[in-house]
Design a protein around this ligand. Structure first.
Ligand SMILES: CC(C)(COP(=O)(O)OP(=O)(O)OC[C@H]1O[C@@H](n2cnc3c(N)ncnc32)[C@H](O)[C@@H]1OP(=O)(O)O)[C@@H](O)C(=O)NCCC(=O)NCCS
Length: 152
């Protein structure tokens, strides 16, 4: 069986990442579920590729792109990932996370701690992070207060 490999993203991956990021299955689990406009994505992506504190990796299987793994070293080494929506739910997520952790171990050996933020409704993500040894740190709550309540 072929192994999943990771390579740094390049400008040529922009449209692929854009289409995956905008898919309903990925947006549903995102903290910002809005549809992203290509110009905004492109500006973010170009800046990200120059950013020494952000690592965007493309996972490939049989030379086909399978998913995206991201590490942000300025925000507590936060990692995030998403699969090509056509393979979501087929069990590739844990291998993607494992490959990302291995890449960090090999390429950024000074990093000894990773964090991730996951929506409470995202069972698949919760499961793969816990299987890879992540421990739940805290639960955060929010409440939307309408204007009437705020004026009281
Ligand atoms: C999160 C993601 C990477 C997980 O990868 P995946 O390959 O789709 O995950 P799987 O289908 O293997 O599901 C993982 C586990 O959760 C279980 N699971 C998934 N949905 C479930 C549900 N609704 N109820 C109970 N268990 C569920 C699976 O059965 C599997 O369990 P197992 O390993 O014991 O068999 C992928 O779904 C994805 O890209 N989602 C969109 C983006 C996203 O959510 N990113 C994470 C934010 S950091």
């Amino acid at each position: 069986m072929s192994k999943m490999t990771l390579r740094p993203a390049t400008l040529e991956d922009s449209e692929l990442i854009f289409s995956w990021r905008n898919s309903e299955l990925v947006r549903r689990q995102s903290f910002n579920p809005q549809i992203m406009h290509f110009e905004n994505h492109q500006a973010w992506f170009e800046k990200s590729l120059q950013n020494k504190n952000r690592f965007i990796l493309i996972a490939e299987l049989h030379k086909e792109p399978l998913g995206v793994f991201r590490l942000d070293t300025l925000t507590n080494n936060e990692v995030s990932l998403f699969l090509n929506p056509s393979v979501i739910g087929k069990g590739y997520g844990e291998s993607l996370l494992e490959a990302g952790i291995t890449w960090i171990r090999e390429n950024l050996p000074h990093i000894s701690h990773l964090e991730a933020k996951v929506m409470p409704t995202n069972i698949a993500s919760t499961k793969i992070f816990e299987k890879q040894g992540f421990i739940k740190k805290f639960i955060s709550y929010e409440k939307v207060i309408d204007n009437k309540e705020r004026l009281l």
